[in-house]
Design a protein around this ligand. Structure first.
Ligand SMILES: O=C(O)CCC(=O)C(=O)O
Ligand SMILES: [Fe+2]
Length: 294
């Protein structure tokens, strides 16, 4: 598998300027075809005083510092006072820029998207210790244990903001449908009512649907399968400093194995807003399991 099969190159240069009709067509076809939209020339600029944030020392025990645009709340950081204000403003600016970019490139989704959290990732990934389940250097699709999507798509914007020109090194894997087929037999449907119980005892923020239960198992099975990690179709790609990319990360298998300093914004999209909803992980898993999952 060559990297160009999984990547759509876009010459779009701006966070807020309208995208050309060609860019909109290519973005829509690409993202719904399970590709990564890659904007090699679109970097996110930080302000001179924000260089104070470019150190892993702002992290507590977490991998990322997070920002919730709905409440303005920060997470995962030890920054307080004026440093916290600086971090909040930095992440708010990125969150707004990412929302504007997605609105320009994917206008079909604009009114249906929910903006989730943004994150800043100042720690080097390579050599970082982590449990296998949390280890994003292993190929996986995204599924969040505490925040079920109830079938909605996870669309994420990433920007490599490394100040020293270091790449973000990823591997991108094969088609969702073939990955899902490989593991589907081993994914078990949750007991009726168990999703509500998890919400009741606050393991999850909302009831975990059957879809979310299967996606979490898929995430774990992928990461835990050495043979899959080693031998499944995948290709490496280095995202340069000063570049931006976006993908449906619930569908596109990915692993990030080196790099430091990245911004990320998560969006959720109802399957009904897609041009081809039948290509969603929800509909694919429903076909494989022969039943509704939400
Ligand atoms: O930090 C990255 O480059 C991506 C890590 C990852 O797999 C994720 O955030 O889901
Ligand atoms: Fe991921």
């Amino acid at each position: 598998m060559s990297p160009c099969e999984k990547l759509i190159n876009l010459a779009h240069l701006e966070w807020t300027a309208p995208a050309s009709a060609d860019a909109v067509r290519a973005s829509s076809a690409g993202i719904e075809g399970g590709k990564v939209l890659f904007l090699p020339e679109l970097g996110f600029d930080s302000e001179p005083r924000e260089t104070a944030l470019f150190t892993p020392a702002i992290l507590g025990s977490s991998k990322n510092a997070s920002f919730d645009p709905a409440t303005g709340r920060l997470g995962g950081t030890t920054a307080t006072g004026s440093d916290a204000e600086l971090l909040r403003a930095f992440l708010r600016r990125f969150s707004d820029a990412a929302a504007s970019l997605v609105g320009q490139l994917l206008p079909r989704y604009r009114d249906a998207l929910t903006r989730g959290r943004a994150s800043f990732r100042p720690a080097e990934i390579a050599g970082r210790a982590s449990s296998w389940r949390k280890d994003d250097t292993r190929l996986h699709v995204d599924s969040f244990p505490a925040t079920p999507t109830a079938g909605r798509r996870i669309l994420r914007v990433f920007s490599n903001v490394n100040p020293d020109g270091k790449v973000r090194a990823w591997r991108v894997g094969g088609e969702f449908e073939s990955v899902a087929r490989r593991f589907a037999g081993g994914l078990s449907l949750p007991l009726p009512g168990s999703g509500y119980l998890l919400a009741l005892v606050r393991v999850t923020k909302s009831p975990r649907s059957a879809y979310d239960a299967l996606m979490l198992q898929l995430h774990d099975r992928m990461k835990g399968d050495e043979e899959f990690q080693r031998a499944s179709p995948q290709s490496a790609f280095d995202f340069p400093a000063g570049s931006t990319w976006l993908a449906f990360t619930d569908e596109v298998s990915h692993a990030a194995f080196a790099g430091q300093y990245q911004l990320e914004q998560t969006f959720l999209l109802p399957v009904s807003a897609m041009e081809y909803p039948e290509r969603s992980p929800l509909r694919i898993l429903e076909r494989l399991k022969g039943r509704r999952l939400t």
